[in-house]
Design a protein around this ligand. Structure first.
Ligand SMILES: N[C@@H](CCC(=O)N[C@@H](CS)C(=O)NCC(=O)O)C(=O)O
Length: 213
């Protein structure tokens, strides 16, 4: 088996998700980082398309972080990322949807400002309002258990925590990537979501080095 290779184009919660999954599974892998959004040409050359993350395994290229997690679970041992029941899978997919269309959309409002190089206070206020409304669902689930679906982390946690990280991380931390830093300075998750704050820390501790990605 060839060593796993992960193509990364920071900054990206979806890249962090895959790094956490590889770490949780205890897999060895190499990373191929590209230079921010300027690295797109090299990424297209290497993978045939412009988005990250991309996982290379045994001559196969696997695209899309949602697909990559499923690929890892199907092909490697270690802790299961997904459920063996239909109800369990449905619950994980609902959490994935919250990341993609809820937190992801709110962070997209911030990424747009970062890329344009121009602050828009209305968009920032909407992002903060949206994130604090959505966090109620996380906080509710975390009343019952340390992870969203029980005592062990699964794909739901790995998918969502990187999207919440920017609004709980200390903005003055030295090793933040540009997106984390931009969001952390402008949008905050309220302190009343204490369990959510602790959960992000718990999930990110699966691999501390991911904050800088
Ligand atoms: N649904 C895809 C999203 C892939 C995606 O949009 N990747 C972003 C980083 S999160 C990217 O590579 N953007 C580069 C660009 O737009 O130039 C996934 O989950 O992997």
């Amino acid at each position: 088996m060839t060593r796993l290779k992960l193509h990364l184009l920071p900054p990206s919660p979806n890249n962090v998700k895959v790094l956490l999954a590889l770490k949780l599974k205890g897999l060895d892998f190499d990373t191929v980082p590209y230079g921010g959004f300027d690295g797109r040409e090299a990424l297209v050359e290497a993978t045939g398309q412009p988005l990250t993350p991309v996982l290379e395994h045994d001559g196969r290229k696997v695209y899309d972080s949602f697909g990559i997690l499923r690929y890892l679970d199907a092909n490697f041992g270690g802790p299961r990322l997904f459920s063996s029941t239909r109800e369990g899978m449905r619950a994980i997919e609902r959490w994935e949807d919250l990341a993609r269309n809820g937190f992801g959309a709110a962070l997209g409002l911030m990424l747009a400002q970062l890329l344009e190089g121009k602050d828009d206070p209305d968009k920032t206020a909407l992002a903060e309002r949206t994130i604090n409304q959505l966090a109620v669902r996380l906080e509710d689930a975390l009343q019952a258990s340390p992870y969203l679906m029980g005592d062990e982390p699964n794909a739901a946690d790995l998918t969502l925590a990187p999207f919440v990280l920017p609004v709980v991380v200390d903005p003055s931390s030295a090793d933040l990537n540009p997106l984390l830093q931009y969001v952390a300075k402008r949008v905050r998750l309220a302190g009343r979501f204490a369990k959510t704050h602790a959960w992000v820390e718990r999930v990110m501790a699966i691999d501390h080095s991911t904050a800088a990605v």
